[in-house]
Design a protein around this ligand. Sequence first.
Ligand SMILES: [Zn+2]
Length: 126
Amino acid sequence: MGFSDVLTRDHECPACHHRDTYSVQFKFGDCRGEVFEIGDSITWQGLREGEPGHRLVVTGGIGSACSACNGPYDLERVGNDWFEVYLENDVITLVTWDNGRFDLRRDGDFVVLDDYPPDRRPTDQG
Ligand SMILES: [Zn+2]
C-alpha cells in the first residue's frame, strides 16, 4: 500500500533542543508518495489509507530518532523513530515524536480526537 511523507523543518528535540529536519512517513489520506510540509492539506483520491471525515485525528508516522541525542524519550524497547502526525480538517498541523500516549505503532493506526492533548498544541512546535 502507499504512503506519504511529511518534512519537519527546523524540528526541535524536546529533550536536547537540537534542531533538524526529519522525513516522516505516514499512511492517511491519499498515499502516493507525495512529500508534504506542515500546513499542507492531504486529499482523498486514489490510494486511500485511514478514514475521511474527521475534524481532528492523530496517526502514526515513521521517521528517525533525534540526530543529536537519539531521543527524545526513554523508549528502549520501541525506539524513538515513531512520530505522531496530527491532521485537523485534513491539514497537517503538528508532527512530533510519539511518546507512547496513543497506540499508533502499527501501519495505518489512527485515533480520532476531540482536541489536541494539552502538551501537543500546534503552536508548541519549534
Ligand atoms: Zn535530542
